[in-house]
Design a protein around this ligand. Sequence first.
Ligand SMILES: [Zn+2]
Length: 227
Amino acid sequence: MRQQLGDVMGVCRICGKPAGLFRTIHPECAAARNKIVTSIANEFEQYMWAETPSSPDDLGKRVRDIALAGDLAGMDYQHEVERGLANALSIAMADRILTNQELQRISNIMTAFKLEGSSLPPQSLDDFLKLLTLKDLSEGVLKSRLTISGDLPINLKHDECVMWIFENVTRMEPKTIRKYKGRSRGVSVRIVKGVTYRYGASEGEPVDETTLIQRGVGRLYITNQSV
Ligand SMILES: [Zn+2]
């Protein structure tokens, strides 16, 4: 089949005007769009870095004004806003600790732009939930942030709730092996309760060593009473 000229004459996806043979964007439109996208990204970053950030409403208004001035709308606008949230979150998670202030700002961004966790790339969401769980555990908060629908393939005790489910976790079980070691006890590192990693012992007397043996891959359920 012969191709029609109209099929190869591109239309600029930003201004909608003819862009020329095989082209889908005017270079000047692309440059202008880049500026808008960078300005929006800066707004989100500054909101996270600022010692005293503006109100979430102000952030929302500034981002919307920039988008409006640059003809950024619809899915393109939504995409930049979601990217702003993801970037804000990576700033907050860079040190692998979520402070209350960081959480507050993330929550403000979500509210200001009507976003939720599902707007995040899956990996960011997963990291975020893991950090939240660790934050809870480190602060002794033993209540679930998670709502689970449907049946769970594990039996929970009364008052027990699932705090988070880690997918594709390698299950490790402690296994005790008797080895002969010297008087030097070496250095002991407790990995988890009941599991100790020991090194630096010299030969001589029998020592029971507990090591972790891989038992398969599956889901790890963290509840407020057990793992
Ligand atoms: Zn154009």
